[in-house]
Design a protein around this ligand. Structure first.
Ligand SMILES: [Zn+2]
Length: 161
């Protein structure tokens, strides 16, 4: 087995987030560490959201990808502390989210607090801040459904923390 972390990260970056196909799981910041234990490879992942059903799929995709690259013994462990935060996404990743039509998390310590304070989320289509949350749950549990009052487009706001 080739003990090359960079290579493993490269393989992992070929896996798209099941919910957001334009972003891979490394960009999402869910890959915490890659460890080699003799003939076994351990991948540490931090779930983006405790109830996120995508995590099971990511778990499976990671195993399939690494098996296909010849790593037969792969263990995926989940790390809950420190909890994943949207701060682990790079600005570039947040921009990609916006281009995909999902309003990226607002600055630091976004999400839940933002939702509760009802701060304004910009519309990814026209940039207007005149938006309104329609539902805490958008197309998936990780997103809230917003609607833009200017262009009247509904959009998802990524609220994972
Ligand atoms: Zn708009």
């Amino acid at each position: 087995m080739v003990e090359n972390k960079k290579l493993i990260y490269r393989y992992l970056s070929e896996i798209s987030d099941p919910e957001i196909p334009v972003i891979n799981i490394v960009e999402m910041g869910v890959v915490r560490d890659v460890l080699f234990h003799g003939s076994k490879l351990e991948i540490k992942l931090t779930p983006t959201y405790s109830g996120c059903p995508a995590m099971d799929m990511i778990h499976q995709l990671v195993e399939e990808k690494l098996h296909s690259k010849g790593y037969n013994s792969v263990e995926v462990t989940l790390v809950y502390k420190p909890a994943w935060t949207t701060d682990w996404m790079s600005d570039e990743t947040k921009q990609k989210l916006a281009r995909y039509g999902i309003a990226p998390p607002l600055g630091k310590v976004a999400s839940k607090k933002t939702l509760l304070n009802n701060e304004h989320v910009s519309c990814p289509q026209c940039g207007s801040k005149n938006t309104e949350m329609k539902s805490m749950f958008g197309s998936t549990a990780c997103k809230a459904l917003y609607v833009c009052k200017k262009c009247l487009e509904p959009f998802d706001y990524f609220k994972c923390i």
